[in-house]
Design a protein around this ligand. Sequence first.
Ligand code: NAD
Ligand code: IPM
Ligand code: MN
Length: 359
Amino acid sequence: MDSKKESRKRIAVIPGDGIGQEVIPQAVKVIQASGAAVELTDFDWGADRYLRDQTTVPADGFAMLGRDFDAILVGAFGDPRVKTNIHAKEILLGMRFKMDLYANVRPVRLLDAALCPLKGIEPRDMDFVVLRENTEGVYTDAGGVFKQGTPDEIAIQEDINTRKGVERIIRYAFQYCERETKVDGSPRKKVLMCDKSNAMTHAGGLWQRVFKEVSGEHPRITAQHMYVDALCMQMVRDPRQFDVIVTNNMFGDIITDLAAGLQGGLGMAASGNIHPGRTSMFEPVHGSAPPIAGKNMANPFGAILTAAMMLAHLGMEAEAVKIEAAVLEAVRQKKTTQDIGGALGTREAGEWVAERVSK
Ligand code: NAD
Ligand code: IPM
Ligand code: MN
């Protein structure tokens, strides 16, 4: 038996819609150039498939992913032809919810000072992570509409916060802080919980109580709190102060687009959707960007850095480090797409990184 083949990690690749179909092939090319021992299988889940045969997720799709794969690499979902966005909801939120991928890990790193819109911020100043609760909050779509289309219409969108859900993401944050170092090797020291407990007292109260309890078990880690509005202001005033941020599903969504802006834009941000010990899913933070789709313009680096994050998660640290170093070099040499100041297309930027990685 071929033992190398046996030890290969099995990756499901779901490019999805729009620029997902352009950036994921570049990430795949870079993974292959890195020599990582992986076996890649493509899936056509997305808007085209949905419009063709009304399938969003094939029967037992999530069970199959969990059983047959070690990780999932995803592009993005969202297509102007699918007004309801039902396929994105069922595929993307379906993976997060039904596979119980409760920790959405979104690192915020600055590769080069030139990419940050803030004055005087250097790469060493910005190396934090947002840990976003990924299975509840307002995303459960609990609620409903009453008297629709009348002047008395009522729309209710419930914010679901369970003791279990809040506790596990807060515990994940403290464990992450204990385990992970910054890129420069220095230890992480602070966990900041972000909420809106001054207005949303029921949900916020639970987050506050659980945070106090769990932080009490980690006396060596500095526990901090900020309301989400104040945090947005602080993030653009002085991102140096952040280390590990933990927050709910919706605030995590919003502040990670803001944080992406500080990294050079949505094209630079990576993420993982993780349940420790289970098949986890990795995707760039950006969406399908319909206006630039199909034009060879999309920045593939967010997807490539996401691939590196996935390989590191699967224990292939050396390959991950090689890929991150190649992206850093591409940024330094301006071998990039236009959104971050270069003149290359999606394919050419991906090709440059792949070539560098294979050296
Ligand atoms: P978006 O992230 O697609 O685009 C926001 C802006 O960033 C646009 O100006 C876009 O051109 C730019 N941008 C995004 N990625 C880029 C890249 N790689 N390179 C260069 N520029 C990039 O967000 P949106 O416009 O709000 O949403 C478009 C669609 O994507 C919607 O259907 C939305 O629901 C969906 N969406 C999906 C995901 C996902 O699948 N994870 C995430 C966000 C949005
Ligand atoms: C993200 C996206 C998704 C989210 C959308 C497409 C539902 O914005 O991954 O950040 O809100 O989680
Ligand atoms: Mn988002």
